[in-house]
Design a protein around this ligand. Structure first.
Ligand SMILES: Cc1cc2nc3c(=O)[nH]c(=O)nc-3n(C[C@H](O)[C@H](O)[C@H](O)COP(=O)(O)OP(=O)(O)OC[C@H]3O[C@@H](n4cnc5c(N)ncnc54)[C@H](O)[C@@H]3O)c2cc1C
Length: 406
């Protein structure tokens, strides 16, 4: 049977794939762009299982793609939401410090955020912290007044609508299986048949390394899935938190700290724990896929990672299995919260790219190969940055297809 033909195929219907498709279609209305998604709905994975924060851009290495895309992405996303009637709650964020060492790190974060261009960032004292967050304990805090919360599923649905209205095609329940270059075109097999395209854009999130491999590229990294487990505050306890409350992060493992996150539906999430997931999309302890686990365990970089970070790894498992340990982490921020205030909530799985020496890849990583662009690492704050990442990829794609780019 003849393969279906299109100009560009985008693999993955999360925020990054949808934004890339939307931007490219807007730039080149005559281009035939098809987005394929293996699930029966868009944004069911990381884009639909995240904390819903529009980050300000404080933590990221100045000059990195994260720093650049997050600060600009924050502004662009808030504007986009206003334009499309998507509710955004500007609840602000405090990063709280209690020890001299934490205060010193807070000052470094203040400088970094300011260097990154985060507006109105400032250090506040205990009195001002009490006014903002009466139940939070801290002697100093870094206050980011523009940090906000949103429902990213609504944003994904809006990207999809704009893309389709401009002429783009979305095929749900269509999984990319493998691809190869045939006479300058990419020919790929999917669960819905063969498709031929001039360019593949791989935005497969938790599977981006597998998709790169199966289309003939050695990505030089592997995605290790870490489940982020959350509790939420009971309705009667939600008043204990007004905005986003974070501890000073561990500079080596910044995603390991338990924080408190209000959501636009009024709930307040507490978490996450981060534990190795038994499956790329393993949202529960019992979710296990032999193939996914074999890919993790057969990777040298994973064992380097274990060797380097086994202590915090064991502590995370302990916290995952024992609620009392989790409660203690939350009490470092809000001492009044007890085990009775917390009920289990949905978890998310983070695609953590790890290199062959077990180093966590921090910055966004977007690489090109013959006939393809691969988004190999798009962890947090990729949701906040999704408009900027999509624009960046659309520019790269346009350059590849037309020798231009805007
Ligand atoms: C617990 C958690 C909390 C987070 N909190 C925040 C936050 O508050 N703010 C923020 O900015 N960021 C946050 N992030 C990060 C953010 O959610 C992600 O970085 C972002 O959603 C990544 O989008 P994506 O499109 O790359 O990946 P995904 O949303 O995972 O999308 C990839 C898509 O590709 C599809 N796919 C995979 N393989 C194939 C295949 N072979 N064929 C077809 N389709 C395929 C998948 O089904 C999926 O729909 C969080 C992440 C997690 C896990």
């Amino acid at each position: 049977m003849c393969p279906e033909k299109t100009d560009v195929i985008v693999i993955g219907g999360g925020l990054v794939g949808l934004s890339s498709a939307m931007h490219l279609q807007a730039m080149r209305p005559r281009l035939a762009i098809m987005l394929i998604e293996k699930d029966d709905q868009l944004a069911l994975q990381q884009s639909g299982h995240n904390s819903g924060v529009i980050h300000a851009g404080i933590y990221y290495e100045p000059g990195s793609l994260k720093a650049q895309f997050c600060v600009e992405g924050h502004r662009a996303l808030v504007e986009f939401c206003i334009q499309h009637g998507i509710p955004v709650v500007k609840c602000g964020k405090v990063i709280v410090a209690n020890t001299d060492e934490q205060i010193a790190r807070l000052e470094q974060l203040h400088k970094r955020g300011t260097d990154n261009g985060v507006p109105d960032l400032r250090i506040i004292d205990q009195r001002e912290l009490r006014e903002l967050e009466p139940h939070v304990t801290g002697t100093r805090a870094l206050y980011a007044p523009h940090s906000a919360i949103v429902d990213y599923k609504k944003i994904a649905a809006t990207y999809a609508r704009i893309f389709q209205t401009a002429g783009g095609t979305i095929k749900l329940g269509t999984e990319f299986l493998c691809g190869q270059q045939v006479r300058g075109r990419s020919r790929m097999e999917t669960t819905a048949g063969a498709i031929e395209a001039r360019l593949i854009i791989n935005c497969a999130g938790l599977h981006s390394d597998v998709v790169a491999n199966r289309s003939g590229t050695k990505p030089g990294l592997r995605i290790i899935p870490f489940r982020g487990e959350y509790f939420e505050l009971r309705r009667e306890s939600r008043h204990l938190v007004n905005g986003l409350v974070y501890p000073v992060p561990n500079p080596n493992l910044p995603f390991l700290e338990v924080h408190l996150t209000p959501t636009v539906d009024g709930s307040v999430a507490a978490g996450p724990n981060a534990v190795l997931a038994g499956k790329r999309e393993g949202y529960r302890w019992r979710d296990f896929a032999f193939g996914d686990m074999a890919l993790t365990l057969s990777y040298g970089g994973f064992w380097w990672l274990v060797g380097r970070h086994w202590k915090p790894g064991v502590a995370e498992i302990n916290r995952s299995l024992r609620k009392s340990v989790f409660v203690k982490s939350v009490q470092r921020l809000v001492p009044e919260i007890t085990a009775n205030d917390l009920v289990p909530a949905d978890s998310g799985v983070r695609a953590q790219a790890v290199d062959g020496r077990g180093r966590l890849i921090d910055d966004f990583r977007i690489e090109e190969s013959p006939g393809a662009i691969h988004v190999l690492n798009a962890p947090s704050p990729a949701a906040t940055s999704s408009l900027m990442i999509g624009k960046f990829i659309a520019n790269k794609a346009d350059l590849r297809l037309h020798g231009t780019g805007r």
